[in-house]
Design a binder for this molecule. Structure first.
Ligand SMILES: C[S@@+](CC[C@H](N)C(=O)[O-])C[C@H]1O[C@@H](n2cnc3c(N)ncnc32)[C@H](O)[C@@H]1O
Length: 252
């Protein structure tokens, strides 16, 4: 008999099996968010663990939402803290925030310099108006030699407009209006309010210019093969990377 509580073995990254499983879970996110975010959290924790063991390390999840990632880090033995400014995201109906949750903004984390071994942020950068300041705060709270994991969906990604993708290719206002007309629902995201166009090339350049971090890896987060290739190809990278994952090391 199958043991439902057993954690399945990690999916090899990169691989077509992993990408297909993530895509299936994402397409089914509305019906089964639990499965989607549990899978994504396990996948991200596996990615972090490739660079640093998690047991007994201090992990900070910035913009952690409902806490799937924080719970997964904690399950793997990390002392985990989640910072989230939106109380509705932190405690949706029927959910209790995970242990170590703090209502706080990522621009101003209530943490001492160098407090974290790992500073983690998944899919938040495109939701802040000033991603470089947000990133600076992540760097500040990471100890020298510590790891920073930051990923985001860039604007020209097929998912750049979020719920109104791919109509964002028509422009932010037209795309949003088209979504509302076709579905009869209000869009969750508005450009300039809670969604900001962010680009792969510009972000890579800005991060490489920084003296306080070294880029360990820049890759297409969900790609099934050669994930480091798409972010290297000017122009094309804006359309095919889909979601850029940066692994950075805090310089001593
Ligand atoms: C798309 S959700 C991502 C949630 C989770 N990290 C994930 O990957 O599933 C974006 C999150 O960023 C949060 N956020 C927006 N602005 C923020 C800020 N200034 N500081 C920290 N989090 C922020 C939102 O409240 C929201 O929970």
């Amino acid at each position: 008999m199958k043991d439902a509580s057993r954690t399945p073995p990690p999916l090899r990254d990169p691989s077509f099996r992993r990408s297909a499983a993530l895509l299936r879970a994402f397409l089914n996110e509305q019906e089964d968010p639990e499965h989607c975010y549990t899978l994504l959290a396990r996948d991200a924790a596996d990615q972090v663990q490739r660079y640093v063991p998690l047991k007994d390390r201090v992990v900070v999840d910035v913009g952690g939402g409902t806490g799937y990632f924080a719970r997964e880090f904690r399950r793997r033995g990390a002392e985990t803290y989640l910072f989230e400014p939106d109380p509705r995201a932190l405690t949706p109906a029927g959910h209790r925030p995970p242990e170590g949750s703090v209502l706080a903004d990522g621009y101003l984390l209530p943490l001492a310099d160098g407090a974290a071994d790992v500073c983690f942020s998944s899919n938040v950068l495109e939701h802040v108006a000033d991603p470089q300041t947000f990133l600076s705060e992540m760097v500040r709270v990471t100890r020298p030699g510590g790891l920073i994991y930051v990923s985001f969906t860039n604007w020209f990604s097929p998912w750049g407009g979020h719920e109104w993708a791919p109509w964002h290719y028509l422009g932010a206002d037209r795309g949003r209006r088209r979504f509302e007309r076709r579905t009869g629902r209000s869009a969750k995201h508005t450009v300039g309010e809670n969604l900001f166009p962010i680009h792969v090339g510009t972000t890579l350049r800005q991060v490489r210019e920084r003296e306080d971090v070294a880029v360990v890896s820049a890759r297409a987060r969900y790609w099934p093969l050669l994930p480091s290739l798409p972010p290297r190809i000017p122009v094309l990278r804006e359309f095919v990377t889909w979601n850029l994952l940066l692994i950075l090391r805090r310089c001593p």
